[in-house]
Design a protein around this ligand. Structure first.
Ligand code: IMP
Length: 177
């Protein structure tokens, strides 16, 4: 019988908190005087969003959209569907999309094209993690927490088969047999 997988810590909680604080200050400077709506891409960004918005010292609104990409457990296929949509129009708004990780970029490409049809003043992307080596399409990223190598990461919102999202750190699943 195989043992449950071990999680190796990749970014610990204080390291993440420090970086999220810096991102919050950068976003505060960038959006001063703008009509900002922060849009979280569910589910993976929910913990990042909760920490990040408390570091943005501006008036703004928050909305959510859900996407799911068809594929296997660790690879997105690029075929994306909405599981839930925004609750309000974004016409004329400065939209900041909050994502957990940009991997191939296919999910973000789909989202940017879709949101663009709704007439926002601007759409920018803030991602906690970016796997540059796996990019299949170029995505303009305005705010990036950490550039990471091609490893499958879990925790702090990120899942593997819906597990591990609650971990307070970002880690790597190490199979044990
Ligand atoms: P993309 O379309 O390939 O850029 O994939 C984006 C989505 O794939 C993310 O929002 C995650 O849900 C998922 N994903 C990609 N890499 C990882 C990972 O290392 N851990 C957990 N989820 C991942």
């Amino acid at each position: 019988m195989s043992l449950p997988p071990k999680i190796e810590v990749f970014f610990d909680a204080p390291t993440i908190a420090d970086r999220v604080g810096t991102l919050g200050r950068q976003i505060t400077e960038a959006y001063r005087g703008k009509d900002l709506v922060v849009v979280a891409v569910l589910k993976g960004s929910f913990i990042f969003l909760a920490d990040l918005v408390r570091q943005i010292d501006l008036p703004f609104t928050i909305d959510f959209l859900g996407v799911s990409s068809y594929g296997d457990l660790t690879q997105s296929s690029g075929v994306v569907r909405f599981t839930s949509d925004l609750s309000r129009p974004i016409e004329g708004k400065d939209v900041l999309l909050i994502e957990d990780i940009v991997d191939t970029g296919l999910t973000m490409q789909f989202l940017l094209a879709n949101l663009d049809t709704r007439g926002p003043a601007s759409v920018s992307v803030c991602t906690l993690l970016h796997k540059q080596a796996r990019a299949k399409v170029p995505i303009p990223l305005s705010f990036v927490g950490f550039e990471v190598e091609d490893r499958f990461l879990v925790g702090y919102g990120l899942d593997h088969a819906e597990q591990y999202r609650h971990l307070p750190y970002i880690g790597i699943v190490v199979p044990q047999d």
